[in-house]
Design a protein around this ligand. Structure first.
Ligand SMILES: [Zn+2]
Length: 320
Protein backbone atom coordinates (compact mmCIF):
# COMPACT_ATOMS: atom_id res chain seq x y z
CA UNK A 1 0.00 0.00 0.00
CA UNK A 2 2.81 2.40 0.91
CA UNK A 3 4.38 1.82 -2.51
CA UNK A 4 1.06 2.55 -4.24
CA UNK A 5 0.70 5.79 -2.33
CA UNK A 6 4.28 6.76 -3.16
CA UNK A 7 3.38 6.34 -6.80
CA UNK A 8 0.10 8.27 -6.47
CA UNK A 9 1.75 11.17 -4.67
CA UNK A 10 4.98 11.33 -6.66
CA UNK A 11 4.57 15.05 -7.58
CA UNK A 12 4.24 16.01 -3.91
CA UNK A 13 7.26 13.94 -2.92
CA UNK A 14 9.27 15.38 -5.81
CA UNK A 15 8.43 18.92 -4.65
CA UNK A 16 9.50 18.11 -1.09
CA UNK A 17 12.69 16.48 -2.33
CA UNK A 18 13.51 19.54 -4.44
CA UNK A 19 12.69 21.92 -1.58
CA UNK A 20 14.92 20.08 0.89
CA UNK A 21 17.75 19.85 -1.66
CA UNK A 22 17.48 23.64 -2.21
CA UNK A 23 17.98 24.09 1.54
CA UNK A 24 14.45 25.30 2.11
CA UNK A 25 14.04 27.99 -0.52
CA UNK A 26 10.27 28.58 -0.79
CA UNK A 27 8.05 28.92 -3.84
CA UNK A 28 5.26 31.53 -3.87
CA UNK A 29 1.56 30.82 -4.30
CA UNK A 30 -2.00 32.17 -4.08
CA UNK A 31 -3.90 33.51 -1.04
CA UNK A 32 -6.57 31.70 0.97
CA UNK A 33 -10.06 31.85 -0.49
CA UNK A 34 -12.48 32.99 2.21
CA UNK A 35 -15.56 32.33 0.07
CA UNK A 36 -14.67 28.65 -0.17
CA UNK A 37 -14.05 28.45 3.55
CA UNK A 38 -17.51 29.96 4.14
CA UNK A 39 -19.09 27.58 1.65
CA UNK A 40 -17.69 24.55 3.48
CA UNK A 41 -18.95 25.83 6.83
CA UNK A 42 -22.39 26.65 5.40
CA UNK A 43 -22.63 23.16 3.92
CA UNK A 44 -22.10 21.54 7.29
CA UNK A 45 -18.53 20.42 6.70
CA UNK A 46 -16.82 18.40 9.44
CA UNK A 47 -13.20 17.99 10.45
CA UNK A 48 -11.95 14.91 8.64
CA UNK A 49 -9.97 13.70 11.68
CA UNK A 50 -12.18 14.26 14.71
CA UNK A 51 -15.60 14.86 13.14
CA UNK A 52 -16.20 18.26 14.79
CA UNK A 53 -18.66 20.50 12.90
CA UNK A 54 -16.62 23.31 11.42
CA UNK A 55 -17.33 26.98 12.20
CA UNK A 56 -15.55 30.21 11.31
CA UNK A 57 -14.02 30.25 14.79
CA UNK A 58 -12.91 26.64 15.23
CA UNK A 59 -11.46 25.93 11.79
CA UNK A 60 -8.66 27.12 9.56
CA UNK A 61 -6.65 26.19 6.53
CA UNK A 62 -4.20 23.32 6.72
CA UNK A 63 -1.49 22.82 4.14
CA UNK A 64 -1.63 19.15 3.29
CA UNK A 65 1.97 19.29 2.13
CA UNK A 66 3.47 21.42 4.92
CA UNK A 67 5.08 24.72 4.00
CA UNK A 68 8.03 23.67 6.18
CA UNK A 69 8.56 20.79 3.75
CA UNK A 70 8.18 22.84 0.59
CA UNK A 71 4.40 22.66 0.13
CA UNK A 72 2.84 25.24 -2.17
CA UNK A 73 0.42 27.88 -0.90
CA UNK A 74 -2.15 26.91 -3.52
CA UNK A 75 -5.79 25.84 -3.22
CA UNK A 76 -5.02 22.29 -4.30
CA UNK A 77 -2.74 21.91 -1.30
CA UNK A 78 -5.24 23.26 1.23
CA UNK A 79 -7.94 21.71 3.30
CA UNK A 80 -10.17 23.13 6.02
CA UNK A 81 -9.96 21.21 9.30
CA UNK A 82 -10.51 22.13 12.95
CA UNK A 83 -7.84 24.25 14.60
CA UNK A 84 -7.09 21.62 17.26
CA UNK A 85 -6.40 18.94 14.64
CA UNK A 86 -4.36 21.42 12.63
CA UNK A 87 -2.17 22.00 15.71
CA UNK A 88 -2.04 18.24 16.34
CA UNK A 89 -0.77 17.71 12.78
CA UNK A 90 2.01 20.24 13.41
CA UNK A 91 2.89 18.57 16.72
CA UNK A 92 2.97 15.21 14.94
CA UNK A 93 5.43 16.60 12.41
CA UNK A 94 7.73 17.93 15.14
CA UNK A 95 7.51 14.77 17.20
CA UNK A 96 8.25 12.54 14.20
CA UNK A 97 10.76 14.70 12.32
CA UNK A 98 12.17 16.89 15.09
CA UNK A 99 12.40 20.69 14.92
CA UNK A 100 12.65 22.50 11.56
CA UNK A 101 14.49 23.37 9.37
CA UNK A 102 14.20 19.92 7.87
CA UNK A 103 16.68 20.45 5.06
CA UNK A 104 19.38 20.28 7.75
CA UNK A 105 18.62 16.61 8.32
CA UNK A 106 18.27 15.84 4.62
CA UNK A 107 18.77 13.30 3.05
CA UNK A 108 19.10 11.23 6.25
CA UNK A 109 15.52 12.08 7.24
CA UNK A 110 14.00 11.43 3.81
CA UNK A 111 12.30 8.16 4.70
CA UNK A 112 10.50 9.79 7.63
CA UNK A 113 9.68 12.93 5.67
CA UNK A 114 8.16 10.73 2.98
CA UNK A 115 6.02 8.73 5.42
CA UNK A 116 4.86 11.89 7.19
CA UNK A 117 3.88 13.60 3.92
CA UNK A 118 2.10 10.53 2.61
CA UNK A 119 0.17 10.20 5.88
CA UNK A 120 -0.90 13.84 5.49
CA UNK A 121 -2.03 13.37 1.90
CA UNK A 122 -3.73 10.03 2.43
CA UNK A 123 -5.76 11.19 5.45
CA UNK A 124 -6.88 14.32 3.59
CA UNK A 125 -7.87 12.46 0.43
CA UNK A 126 -9.03 9.07 1.70
CA UNK A 127 -10.05 9.73 5.27
CA UNK A 128 -8.50 9.64 8.72
CA UNK A 129 -8.50 5.85 9.03
CA UNK A 130 -6.56 5.41 5.79
CA UNK A 131 -3.62 6.90 7.71
CA UNK A 132 -3.10 3.54 9.43
CA UNK A 133 -0.95 2.54 6.47
CA UNK A 134 1.69 4.72 8.17
CA UNK A 135 1.35 3.34 11.72
CA UNK A 136 4.15 5.36 13.38
CA UNK A 137 2.81 8.72 12.23
CA UNK A 138 -0.80 7.69 12.80
CA UNK A 139 -0.09 6.60 16.38
CA UNK A 140 1.65 9.89 17.24
CA UNK A 141 -1.30 11.91 15.92
CA UNK A 142 -3.94 9.82 17.68
CA UNK A 143 -1.95 9.84 20.95
CA UNK A 144 -1.89 13.65 20.82
CA UNK A 145 -5.68 13.79 20.41
CA UNK A 146 -6.22 11.26 23.21
CA UNK A 147 -3.83 13.11 25.54
CA UNK A 148 -5.96 16.21 24.97
CA UNK A 149 -9.08 14.23 25.87
CA UNK A 150 -10.49 14.64 22.38
CA UNK A 151 -12.68 12.21 20.49
CA UNK A 152 -11.57 10.64 17.23
CA UNK A 153 -14.74 10.10 15.22
CA UNK A 154 -13.97 10.74 11.55
CA UNK A 155 -17.02 11.78 9.50
CA UNK A 156 -18.41 9.81 6.57
CA UNK A 157 -18.11 12.86 4.32
CA UNK A 158 -15.73 15.77 4.29
CA UNK A 159 -14.69 18.46 1.86
CA UNK A 160 -11.50 17.64 0.04
CA UNK A 161 -8.69 19.80 -1.24
CA UNK A 162 -9.83 23.39 -1.49
CA UNK A 163 -9.69 23.67 -5.29
CA UNK A 164 -12.89 21.83 -6.24
CA UNK A 165 -15.19 21.68 -3.19
CA UNK A 166 -15.68 17.97 -3.68
CA UNK A 167 -17.37 16.02 -0.94
CA UNK A 168 -15.33 12.89 -0.29
CA UNK A 169 -16.93 9.74 1.04
CA UNK A 170 -15.17 7.19 3.22
CA UNK A 171 -17.86 4.56 2.73
CA UNK A 172 -18.01 3.44 -0.83
CA UNK A 173 -18.71 -0.19 -0.17
CA UNK A 174 -20.72 -1.50 -3.13
CA UNK A 175 -21.20 -4.91 -1.58
CA UNK A 176 -22.59 -3.43 1.62
CA UNK A 177 -24.87 -1.24 -0.42
CA UNK A 178 -26.36 -4.14 -2.36
CA UNK A 179 -26.87 -6.31 0.68
CA UNK A 180 -28.60 -3.58 2.65
CA UNK A 181 -30.73 -2.54 -0.31
CA UNK A 182 -32.06 -6.07 -0.71
CA UNK A 183 -32.51 -6.48 3.02
CA UNK A 184 -34.79 -3.47 2.92
CA UNK A 185 -36.86 -4.84 0.09
CA UNK A 186 -37.13 -8.43 1.24
CA UNK A 187 -36.86 -8.01 4.96
CA UNK A 188 -39.51 -5.43 5.66
CA UNK A 189 -42.75 -7.10 4.60
CA UNK A 190 -43.77 -10.61 3.64
CA UNK A 191 -43.21 -12.02 0.18
CA UNK A 192 -46.87 -11.99 -0.85
CA UNK A 193 -47.14 -8.23 -0.56
CA UNK A 194 -43.96 -7.63 -2.51
CA UNK A 195 -45.22 -9.48 -5.53
CA UNK A 196 -48.06 -6.98 -5.96
CA UNK A 197 -45.98 -3.79 -6.02
CA UNK A 198 -42.96 -2.55 -7.89
CA UNK A 199 -39.67 -1.79 -6.15
CA UNK A 200 -40.03 1.91 -6.78
CA UNK A 201 -43.53 2.07 -5.34
CA UNK A 202 -42.42 0.02 -2.39
CA UNK A 203 -39.67 2.47 -1.60
CA UNK A 204 -42.09 5.36 -1.94
CA UNK A 205 -44.43 3.57 0.44
CA UNK A 206 -41.92 3.17 3.22
CA UNK A 207 -40.73 6.72 2.74
CA UNK A 208 -44.03 8.06 4.08
CA UNK A 209 -45.43 5.72 6.71
CA UNK A 210 -46.88 2.23 6.43
CA UNK A 211 -47.34 0.82 2.99
CA UNK A 212 -50.89 0.57 1.73
CA UNK A 213 -51.18 -1.34 -1.53
CA UNK A 214 -54.57 0.26 -2.26
CA UNK A 215 -53.17 3.78 -2.50
CA UNK A 216 -49.92 3.00 -4.35
CA UNK A 217 -50.36 3.98 -7.97
CA UNK A 218 -47.93 5.25 -10.58
CA UNK A 219 -47.09 8.93 -10.25
CA UNK A 220 -47.57 11.29 -13.17
CA UNK A 221 -44.13 12.30 -14.42
CA UNK A 222 -44.17 15.80 -15.86
CA UNK A 223 -41.82 16.35 -18.78
CA UNK A 224 -39.02 18.77 -17.87
CA UNK A 225 -36.32 20.71 -19.66
CA UNK A 226 -33.00 18.85 -19.80
CA UNK A 227 -31.24 21.64 -17.85
CA UNK A 228 -33.16 20.44 -14.78
CA UNK A 229 -31.44 17.07 -14.92
CA UNK A 230 -28.10 18.54 -15.87
CA UNK A 231 -27.91 20.79 -12.80
CA UNK A 232 -28.76 18.01 -10.39
CA UNK A 233 -26.26 15.62 -11.98
CA UNK A 234 -23.59 18.33 -12.09
CA UNK A 235 -24.00 18.86 -8.37
CA UNK A 236 -24.05 15.13 -7.63
CA UNK A 237 -20.91 14.65 -9.70
CA UNK A 238 -19.10 16.82 -7.16
CA UNK A 239 -19.86 14.20 -4.54
CA UNK A 240 -17.57 11.21 -4.36
CA UNK A 241 -19.48 8.10 -3.37
CA UNK A 242 -22.58 7.93 -1.19
CA UNK A 243 -24.12 10.98 0.39
CA UNK A 244 -26.99 11.45 2.81
CA UNK A 245 -29.88 12.96 0.83
CA UNK A 246 -30.36 15.65 3.49
CA UNK A 247 -26.69 16.61 3.14
CA UNK A 248 -27.00 16.64 -0.62
CA UNK A 249 -30.07 18.89 -0.41
CA UNK A 250 -28.19 21.58 1.50
CA UNK A 251 -25.21 21.13 -0.80
CA UNK A 252 -27.49 21.48 -3.84
CA UNK A 253 -28.98 24.70 -2.50
CA UNK A 254 -25.48 26.19 -2.32
CA UNK A 255 -24.68 24.77 -5.74
CA UNK A 256 -27.71 26.64 -7.14
CA UNK A 257 -26.56 29.86 -5.48
CA UNK A 258 -23.12 29.41 -7.05
CA UNK A 259 -24.88 29.08 -10.44
CA UNK A 260 -26.74 32.36 -9.91
CA UNK A 261 -30.11 30.84 -8.97
CA UNK A 262 -32.16 31.73 -5.96
CA UNK A 263 -34.10 28.68 -4.83
CA UNK A 264 -34.78 27.35 -1.34
CA UNK A 265 -33.81 23.85 -2.36
CA UNK A 266 -34.31 20.88 -4.64
CA UNK A 267 -38.11 20.86 -4.35
CA UNK A 268 -38.51 24.53 -5.19
CA UNK A 269 -36.06 24.14 -8.06
CA UNK A 270 -38.13 21.21 -9.38
CA UNK A 271 -41.36 23.20 -9.02
CA UNK A 272 -39.92 25.92 -11.24
CA UNK A 273 -39.79 23.25 -13.96
CA UNK A 274 -43.40 22.24 -13.39
CA UNK A 275 -42.84 19.25 -11.10
CA UNK A 276 -45.84 19.01 -8.71
CA UNK A 277 -45.41 20.54 -5.27
CA UNK A 278 -46.35 17.28 -3.55
CA UNK A 279 -43.26 15.42 -4.80
CA UNK A 280 -40.65 14.66 -2.16
CA UNK A 281 -36.92 14.92 -2.85
CA UNK A 282 -36.60 11.16 -3.16
CA UNK A 283 -39.60 10.93 -5.50
CA UNK A 284 -38.06 13.59 -7.74
CA UNK A 285 -34.81 11.65 -7.93
CA UNK A 286 -36.65 8.38 -8.56
CA UNK A 287 -38.80 9.86 -11.32
CA UNK A 288 -36.14 11.74 -13.23
CA UNK A 289 -32.94 9.80 -12.53
CA UNK A 290 -33.85 6.11 -12.53
CA UNK A 291 -30.74 5.29 -14.55
CA UNK A 292 -28.33 7.74 -12.95
CA UNK A 293 -28.94 7.66 -9.21
CA UNK A 294 -29.00 4.79 -6.70
CA UNK A 295 -30.53 5.16 -3.28
CA UNK A 296 -30.23 3.18 -0.08
CA UNK A 297 -32.27 3.39 3.09
CA UNK A 298 -30.49 3.47 6.42
CA UNK A 299 -33.20 2.95 9.00
CA UNK A 300 -36.64 4.33 8.32
CA UNK A 301 -35.87 7.99 7.85
CA UNK A 302 -32.42 8.31 6.33
CA UNK A 303 -31.65 7.78 2.68
CA UNK A 304 -28.27 7.78 0.98
CA UNK A 305 -27.88 8.45 -2.71
CA UNK A 306 -25.03 8.00 -5.11
CA UNK A 307 -24.31 8.26 -8.80
CA UNK A 308 -24.93 4.94 -10.51
CA UNK A 309 -21.80 3.56 -12.11
CA UNK A 310 -22.61 0.00 -12.96
CA UNK A 311 -25.49 -2.35 -13.69
CA UNK A 312 -27.43 -3.40 -10.62
CA UNK A 313 -26.72 -6.97 -9.67
CA UNK A 314 -27.29 -9.37 -6.80
CA UNK A 315 -24.08 -10.05 -4.86
CA UNK A 316 -22.97 -13.65 -4.71
CA UNK A 317 -22.06 -15.17 -1.37
CA UNK A 318 -18.56 -16.43 -0.78
CA UNK A 319 -18.24 -20.12 0.13
CA UNK A 320 -16.87 -20.63 3.63
ZN1 LIG B 1 -10.55 18.03 14.20
Amino acid sequence: MMIEYEHEYTPMLATAFGFLSRKGKKVNGSAINQAKHDFIIASGGCCLHCGTSLTRNNSNTEHIHDRALGGHNKAGNKIIICIDCNLARNKTMQEYLGQPSYWRGFPGNWDRVKKYLLWNAVTADKGHRAGRVFPEVHAIFEDILRSEGRKISPPKHWFGRDDNLTLISSQNNKRGFFVRFFDKIFGYHNVEQQSTISQADYMVGIETTEIDTQTVRPRKIVEVDETFRRHILDALDKVDGEVNLATFSSFFKLYLTSQGFNFKGLKQFARSYGVPKSRTNIQILQDYFPNEIDWRWDGQYTVFIQRKHEVFEVPHREEE
